[in-house]
Ligand binder design. Structure first.
Ligand code: SF4
Length: 258
């Protein structure tokens, strides 16, 4: 029986690891038949420009996949089927414990699976994912060239910088670059979002007002805004923002504004 030909598919998130993976694979003449990028609609504008720049550099098409119904629709318009939230509109923010992660499935993995379905009867599809040597291999049935090359996250970023890809400074600001409204971001990253991208931060605050659940387990976006403002005021008078006093006063502030 003839074996099916192989279709080598690169999953490009656009971040440093998948970019380094793609560039290294091409440099080593490894096969890359399809390059897929899922645009969640909440990518930093600099990320979209990075994809355009990368496409020109490699002189191959990058296939952009975008869901018909987008992030905001699933966040606060879609009628959730779950019994627990049957009266709520939309899935709400993905939960901080990693459940209800509709954004990854609806805006990424489902799109890729649907796109690849047309090849599945005639090809064996091999999917390549950019996970660095110092990260855990998260999905068992994929191929992780960076991991196999022994390239760490730091080395992947430097490699991209050396090739002229700098994401217009995004990695100078954030340690991880994902959707700007990702609730799984650290407070550190969110402070930076507020400082460096105030218009996106304000958009996030508007989005949060329309959802049924809190942006983060312990904070609405408004409470984060309050906390960050309060942090600045405390720092100006020399108060330690990790101290018990700070958290006591923050709690009182939240109670007063309930
Ligand atoms: S980066 Fe965050 S918000 Fe965006 S798809 Fe991934 S988990 Fe969802």
């Amino acid at each position: 029986m003839n074996e099916k030909p192989i279709k080598n598919v690169i999953s490009l998130s656009g971040g440093k690891d998948s970019t380094a993976m793609l560039l290294m694979m091409l440099e080593k003449n490894m096969p890359a038949d399809l390059i897929l990028f899922c645009d969640t609609g909440k990518e930093f504008p600099a990320m979209i420009r990075h994809i355009d720049k990368l496409e020109k550099y490699i002189e191959r098409p990058i296939i952009r996949l975008r869901a018909e119904k987008e992030y905001d629709y699933y966040l606060y318009q879609h009628k959730a089927k779950s019994k627990k939230h049957s009266n709520d509109i939309g899935y709400g923010w993905p939960f901080s414990n990693g459940t209800n992660r509709w954004c990854t499935s609806k805006l990424k993995t489902d799109l890729i699976s649907k796109y690849l379905r047309k090849f599945s009867s005639n090809y064996t599809v091999k999917q390549y994912v950019g996970i660095a040597a110092d990260e855990e291999k998260r999905i068992k049935d994929k191929i992780y060239p960076l991991y196999d090359f022994g390239v760490t996250e730091k080395e992947a970023l430097q490699y991209c910088y050396n090739k002229g890809f700098d994401w217009e400074g995004l990695y100078e600001i954030f340690d991880r670059v994902s959707c700007w409204c990702c609730p799984f971001q650290s407070l550190k990253n969110l402070r930076k979002l507020r400082k460096h991208f105030p218009e996106l931060w304000n958009e996030l605050r508007i989005m949060d007002k329309k959802t049924w659940n809190k942006f983060k387990a312990n904070y609405t976006a408004e409470q984060l805004e309050m906390r960050f403002e309060f942090e600045e005021a405390c720092e100006n008078i020399g108060m330690n923002i990790k101290s018990r006093k700070f958290f006591n006063e923050l709690r009182i502030l939240f109670e007063q504004t309930k």
